[in-house]
Design a protein around this ligand. Sequence first.
Ligand SMILES: Cc1ncc(COP(=O)(O)O)c(C=O)c1O
Length: 417
Amino acid sequence: MDIFEARESAVRSYCRTWPTVFGRAAGSRLYNEQGRGYLDFFAGAGALNYGHNNPMLKSALLRYLADDGVIHSLDMYTAAKREFLTLFDELILRPRQLDYRVQFPGPGGANAVEAALKLVRKATGRTEIITFTNSFHGMTLGALAVTGSGFHRAGAGIPLSHATPVPFGKSLDSDGQIPDFQWLERLLGDDGSGLDSPAAAIVETVQGEGGINVASAEWLRRLSGLCREHGMLLIIDDVQMGCGRTGPFFSFEPSGITPDIVCLSKSISGYGLPLALTLIRPDLDIWAPGEHNGTFRGVNPALVTGSAALRAYWSDDSLERGTLAKGERIMEAVTATADSVPGVPIQVRGRGMACGLAFGDGDVAGKVSAAAFEGGLLAETAGSRGQVVKLLPPLTVSDAELEEGLSLLDEAIRAVC
Ligand SMILES: Cc1ncc(COP(=O)(O)O)c(C=O)c1O
């Protein structure tokens, strides 16, 4: 590992949590160079919902490469993009009665967020954005301005402005004594509050990096209502929780809201290849041609695997049903583990196959993650103090692998606690 330590920037981080050199990966497992397998309940931070090197996606990609399909094309028309848009329209948007224009903003989630923020400001002529405590939207300066983490914000080196944070979900008052949105309603309803009329609110339905904090459907509906009342647009950042992570394709579906803009990335290519989408309510698609561009948008191999993933997993509801069933099993198992270490309070939360175990402090959660790694399980920590052990198994994990991972986690928690 010397070359990494000598040459790679100090900014590297996941390799510090999992200090081994990985050589290959298949399904729910990563293998290091010595051939030791690790069950991957990290899944590329949500970029590998269909597992590593998924054979259905791989064969589509290999065929495309063998046929000299176009790899790079900026935003020119290609057959690969046409197929992706057609399938996205037929399998995702129409069955859900959603009507969005699809923008390819650049390769990663932060690109999707930057495009959304620019567009809501352009469309409303306003500058302020309502953000939520413990949110995470990416590392570029615009996305960072709407991100909660003090550690990451400090890295900006310049003031991050035009964003007003308000409490996420029940975070102001977990006992239910203070009505949700009391703070935001006061700000919006009072001409003397000092808050300029916001262009939009940006929110994750389940905060991933923030520690698997789940907003209720009712909370999301109320937020959506407030946005309409005050002429604000609603951006749902589904970069981590979209593509089936919580069960349905979009995480906001059960709440019945229709966001004005949706950000997708991570698992949209299905194969871990870089791809991001900003979905735009058609009348808001007021970009001038080329006004937001970039060299790597709509990378064709990612569109090919994205199309294969839509075909394989979203032609019917079997993946969604499987995710909900496995999610219930995860909740049941981790709740039993949490209850079995009574001296250490562990709060369990999640939706679908996104699950968090919140410990009192980051030290304990970090030790659990390290012990899990020793046992052969990758599970990262999240939350403002790294206090949450976060589970994001591939949605395609088998029942046997799921049980294996859950018992490795149980052992790690018992060893530490
Ligand atoms: C909700 C959310 N939005 C945006 C991003 C940024 O995505 P990327 O790291 O691809 O820029 C992330 C990354 O974790 C995320 O979880």
